[in-house]
Ligand binder design. Sequence first.
Ligand SMILES: NC(=O)c1ccc[n+]([C@@H]2O[C@H](COP(=O)([O-])OP(=O)(O)OC[C@H]3O[C@@H](n4cnc5c(N)ncnc54)[C@H](O)[C@@H]3O)[C@@H](O)[C@H]2O)c1
Length: 321
Amino acid sequence: MRAGAPLVTTYLVTGGAGFIGSHLCDRPLAEGHRVIAVDDLSTGRIANLAEARGYGKEFTFFNMDVRAEGLLPLFERHRPEVVMHLAAQSGVRPSLDDPVFDASVNLMGFLNVMECSAKTGVRKVVYAASGGTLYGEARKLPTKETAAAGARPLSPYGISKRAPLDYLAYYERYRAIEYVALALANVYGPRQDPHGEAGVVAVFASKMLAGQAPTIFGDGNQTRDYVFVDDAVHAFALAAERGSGRVVNIGTGLETSVNALYRMLAQLTGFSGPPERGPLPPGDLRRSALDNALAAEVLGWKPWTHLEDGLSETVAFLKGI
Ligand SMILES: NC(=O)c1ccc[n+]([C@@H]2O[C@H](COP(=O)([O-])OP(=O)(O)OC[C@H]3O[C@@H](n4cnc5c(N)ncnc54)[C@H](O)[C@@H]3O)[C@@H](O)[C@H]2O)c1
């Protein structure tokens, strides 16, 4: 904790009923802080907040759109010191179908949150950026943050998640709000929506548990960097207190192919059949892994969870549903 910082901090988590956001509510509550969650429940679920609600009056949930005018009175009433901004249209495919809606949530919603923060004296904003789309098809792996300079995101989602990085620098310089933007790799773990399009771990594991063959798109040799949700949440907690004015990668630096992931999950779930096959969607990255040296340096962060352990925790969670 910073010298002179209040013992109890009020955090406002947008997207707090979502996969990562709900885990993010639990952690500060467990440490004795206050949490306000804002979510319109478009993809988030009230059930994700069961643990947070157990903390009674230290936790408040508002079913609200981050683009709503009602957000400012909410900030004025609760005076958060730290805002974790996760509310987003969080899928690549929906952004291809409707770039206007994507930008309306990911840009206008973000700006509404920043204006409310500036008007009510928020100390710091921690922003969930997308490390998977920020760098496009990277030339060097694992990819460093500096690679963002010449890169082009391949989708409207990648663009709408990237533009806030420039706004954050503006708000820091001219409106006195500190920030850290966490460029997240592929986050997986309990509560990820198995029916969504983003979470390949949740999609594969839930299909296998139901005795159905998941679909591998392309040859399955494409790679991603899978980071466990507890490790990602730890990065947000550190970023609330450390580092400022930076984009910081949060990933393991390791590449795992879709085929390898399939094999590991098949073993954990006891599934033995071959996968279905489908064509690779356009714009899909071939390889991705994020260099985490800067996270170690400025946040004191490193990933603790081995993929096997995180996958087995995820499978155990899915079995319990
Ligand atoms: N999961 C990943 O691997 C990953 C990787 C990179 C970045 N991110 C980013 O992290 C954040 C959280 O992602 P997630 O995987 O938990 O997805 P999620 O869809 O579970 O979470 C997003 C939450 O935002 C809420 N939301 C959407 N539009 C809203 C609006 N207009 N007003 C209020 N709430 C709204 C949804 O209901 C949902 O609860 C997103 O910003 C996403 O872009 C996620």
